[in-house]
Write a new protein. Sequence first.
Length: 150
Amino acid sequence: MIPTESEITRDVVGDDAPDASPERRPGVPMEAEHPRPVGGAHWTEPERQPDPGNILKRSDLTELTPVFGTAIPPRGLSGLMRRAAYAIPEHRTTHWLVLLLADRVDALEHRAARILPFALPVAVVGGLALLAFGRHRRRRSSWLRRVMPT
């Protein structure tokens, strides 16, 4: 006797397959009712946020979307890169690659800004020490040349 396709599928996949009948699937239905929109909103479109002027948008949009994020405004080199990326059409890979690179540059900018208060004094002290000991080393080497001819 040749097994039918459903018997083969049941043997290979088992009874918990996603394509099993809804009565046999453990997750269907978990709710008494099917999901549906709640409704009752007092608007058809959300109230528009005011434009602060530094929000970047796609070139094909005539105006900003009703709701947008303003948590981190574009600034520094990463901001310039983002502005350049939004000048490139979205269907180009370059647009997305420049945005990804701008994210990495932004992370480096924040890391540098966090380290700068500690690294700047150390660099200044190190530079002064190099200047001070660098002159002393040159004097000593010239003194050694006079004493020990080669």
